[in-house]
Design a protein around this ligand. Structure first.
Ligand code: ADP
Ligand code: ADP
Length: 229
């Protein structure tokens, strides 16, 4: 579903590569934690999948398509295949819960009929039924992240990229959020989650890819956060 072949990324005006010679294959339906210290390259890896940044060397493939050679006009189609969730939620502050999720479908040109069907289903799945009319500032952090997840998932994308989704949440809420992501993963969605939340990684026991200074230094199934090194 996602493949990196000998990928390096050096940002403009930077000498040290953010990613060096990355080879990585993520199959359809996997749940992968990408771990590593701040600055190790986790966000860069996600940005390359979204074509928010281009590679300096190598090839990134998403669903069999080479992202690097994708013409500009086809980037929106790539991004429709990929839901994104961030640490800071990024909700529209003046839209309520229902509208935040519905908006994601409106911009795709979905019919009002389809939207009225799928938004309530999705809000129920993430545990927000009854909160449709709340504005983001009337919600807890965990609830705001549920809205963000609903918005990312409402279009049923095959891939969900999550960049530190529990970074602003307390430990109990964080575990709830990752359990929700795990449920979404069980519907067949491939999930890649960058995190430095060691408790979460240790509890879930998923595949763990560890980055250090832009290199993959560990890739293990049912892994834990720290390799002990
Ligand atoms: P992480 O997500 O693991 O914290 P990043 O991918 O954000 O790591 O950063 C990897 C490296 O690339 C760091 O050295 C960071 O300073 C650098 N970097 C990230 N974004 C940029 C940018 N837009 N311009 C230049 N350097 C960047
Ligand atoms: P349209 O005007 O496109 O037909 P709707 O009638 O579906 O849109 O929705 C108008 C507004 O009513 C929405 O933006 C939302 O705030 C609210 N709304 C619609 N359906 C629900 C619902 N099931 N629960 C809560 N609010 C809803």
């Amino acid at each position: 579903m996602i493949r990196f072949e000998n990928v390096s990324k050096v940002y403009a005006r930077s000498t040290r590569p953010a990613l060096s010679d990355i080879n990585l294959e993520i199959e359809r339906g996997e749940f992968v934690f990408v771990v590593g210290a701040s600055g190790s390259g986790k966000s860069t890896l996600l940005r390359l999948v979204l074509k928010e940044e281009g590679v300096t060397q190598g090839t990134v493939l998403v669903a069999g398509q080479e992202v690097g050679s994708l013409p500009h006009r086809k980037v929106p189609r790539l991004r429709r295949e990929i839901g994104t969730v961030f640490q800071d939620f990024r909700l529209l502050p003046n839209k309520n819960v229902y509208q935040n999720v519905a908006f994601a479908l409106q911009v795709l040109g979905r019919s009002g009929h389809a939207i009225r069907q799928v938004v309530p289903e999705t809000l129920e799945m993430v545990g927000l039924e009854g909160k449709e009319k709340r504005l983001p500032h009337e919600l807890s952090g965990g609830e705001q992240q549920r809205v963000a997840i609903a918005r990312a998932f409402v279009n049923k994308p095959p891939i969900l990229l999550c960049d530190e989704p529990t970074g602003n949440l307390d430990p109990t809420t964080s575990l709830d959020i990752v359990r929700l992501l795990d449920r979404i993963n069980r519907t067949g969605t491939t999930i890649v989650m960058a995190t430095h939340d060691d408790d979460i990684v240790d509890q879930l026991r998923k595949r763990v890819v560890e980055l250090k200074n832009g290199h993959i230094i560990r890739d293990e199934n049912k892994g834990v956060y720290g390799s002990g090194s």
